[in-house]
Design a protein around this ligand. Structure first.
Ligand code: AMP
Ligand code: ZN
Length: 490
């Protein structure tokens, strides 16, 4: 296996050669959704970006253990352990058990991931399924002196930790700067330090989701679940940890502190963060109320949408921007992606019709290398797409009889278009395998055979009529020196 992969590491703020801990194997952890409501398109952008990354690692031949958790407990509304439990609030609102909320939105999330053709992770652990592991980890952190208990709640002591390690390393901030950005403690605060965060939270009488612990009934803080589950399934130090950029400053910073304090090891070698999907420049979020649900996008049933867009057009739209750049939603951009996607798929379908020649006018080997170069450079999907469009241009030119291709190059072109568009980018022809698609292919072969016969009998009027009639239903026939080809006008 040739590995020339370069990854941008948030921790070092540079692009680094990717060297896995165990040759040929990769441990990948991605923070999954909080399943108290539907995932919006912004969440989908992050999960689709990591699907591309997962797919490319697999394509390179790595054995990947991909862990993506489900946050189904212990998530308060505020980032700083304040506010209501989101699940309990939703459960009351919908008059359901909290676990019915979890089930409903987990199933919804899976449906959306299936629609956008995201591969399921190898393990999808839940926070509620790993309470024991979280409790054990908190006990160790207390034993090592980096956490303290107050009235049944356990806090992580950030200032103590920062004496030995760098708490703000992921965002390159000094403790003093971070302290400046947080409010002063007041008399009723239980925490010792302003930046301290909860590892375990004491249950109130009204708390619905709670578990027994050495500190009484309570529930875990949000960050500890990812430290506990990632180390359980991937080891105390693993290769890649990902999530959206919004998780860097608090969730991932706290994850590093917890794991480092517990295991005395840096937990992750490569931190990867996806940039945000925005609407008119504002980050799409549940709280901002500017989040489209994927279902609304597919049907077009939303005031900001001019029409519905297919899941593959949406996936293609996301991949036309690099995962570390912001992506602003607009109808125009989506419509352009829809056309681009259709153009790409139409050309791939033409591949089976192409006739090889003695020479090639294009360098297919070089094109293949460019596709690898793009993806090896920190998963640069927009550059990959530009190369696949070059592949489409070559296919169309050969189909039009303007360029030629040898049989070997044609086989290589076919493989690279399929590999990169379908296996790596995870696109699929939206009805390529349908019975009607196969039937159309068969019917067109019959028609072209009939047309060949009438032409051989010099009945050019009949042959032209066939061509013109097909044109009326948007099927274009082209006569080349190697015979006729057909394509659908998109
Ligand atoms: P949540 O369910 O809110 O915990 O989010 C799940 C994932 O979606 C996290 O990795 C977030 O960083 C990510 N995310 C949230 N909003 C956006 C957005 N507007 N664009 C891209 N990713 C997002
Ligand atoms: Zn997480």
């Amino acid at each position: 296996m040739q590995n020339n992969l370069i990854i941008y590491n948030t921790l070092s703020r540079t692009k680094e050669k990717f060297t896995p801990i165990t040759p040929g194997r990769v441990g990948l952890y991605v923070c999954g959704p909080t399943v108290y409501s539907d995932v919006h398109l912004g969440n989908c952008r992050t999960f689709i970006s990591f699907d591309l990354i997962y797919r490319y690692l697999l394509f390179l031949g790595f054995k990947v253990r991909y862990v993506r958790n489900i946050t189904d407990a212990g998530h308060l509304e505020g980032d700083r352990d304040e506010g209501d439990d989101k699940f309990a609030k939703k459960a009351k609102l919908e008059q359901l058990e909290p676990m019915e909320i979890v089930q409903k939105y987990t199933l919804g999330f899976h449906d959306v991931m299936r629609e956008v053709n995201a591969l399921p992770p190898s393990i999808e652990p839940t926070a509620t399924g790993h309470i024991c592991e979280q409790v054990e980890m908190i006990k160790t952190i207390i034993e090592k002196g980096y956490a303290y208990e107050k009235n049944g709640t356990v806090y992580f002591d950030v200032e103590k930790y920062n004496k030995e390690f760098s708490y703000g390393q992921l965002t390159n901030r000094k403790l003093e700067e971070l302290l400046e950005g947080t409010r002063e403690l007041i008399g009723q605060d239980e925490k010792k330090g302003r930046l301290d965060f909860a590892l375990w939270i004491a249950a109130k009488p009204e708390t619905l989701m709670k578990w027994p612990s050495p500190w009484g009934w309570g529930f875990p803080g949000w960050h500890i679940e990812c430290s506990a589950m990632s180390s359980k399934y991937l080891g105390e130090t693993f290769d890649i940890h990902g999530g959206g950029m919004d998780l860097q400053a608090t969730h991932h910073t706290n994850e590093i502190a917890q794991s480092q304090a517990c295991n005395n090891k840096a937990p992750v070698n490569y931190w990867m963060h996806t940039n945000m999907l925005t609407v008119n420049g504002v980050r799409m979020s549940k709280s901002a109320g500017n989040g489209f649900l994927p279902g609304e996008l597919f049907t077009g049933d939303h005031p900001l949408l001019e029409k519905g867009y297919s899941p593959m057009a949406v996936r293609f739209f996301m991949m036309q921007t690099h995962y570390r750049s912001t992506l602003d939603f607009s109808n125009e951009a989506l419509q352009a992606s829809e056309k681009g996607f259709a153009r790409l798929i139409a050309s791939i379908k033409l591949l089976d019709n192409l006739k090889p020649s003695a020479t090639s006018t294009s360098n297919i080997k070089e094109l293949e290398q460019e596709c690898f170069n793009a993806m090896n450079d920190d998963f640069n999907s927009p550059i990959l797409i530009a190369n696949l469009f070059e592949g489409s241009r070559i296919i169309n030119s050969v189909n039009d009889g303007k360029e030629t291709i040898t049989a070997d190059d044609l086989a290589m072109l076919k493989k690279l278009m399929h590999d990169f568009a379908f296996d790596v980018m995870g696109l699929k022809s939206e009805n390529s395998n349908s019975t009607s698609d196969k039937a159309l292919q068969g019917v067109m072969e019959v028609i072209l055979e009939i047309r060949k016969d009438v032409k051989a009998k010099k009945d050019f009027a009949a042959s032209d009529k066939l061509r013109d009639d097909l044109n009326k239903v948007n099927i274009t026939i082209k006569d080349t020196k190697d015979g006729a080809t057909w394509s659908i006008q998109e």
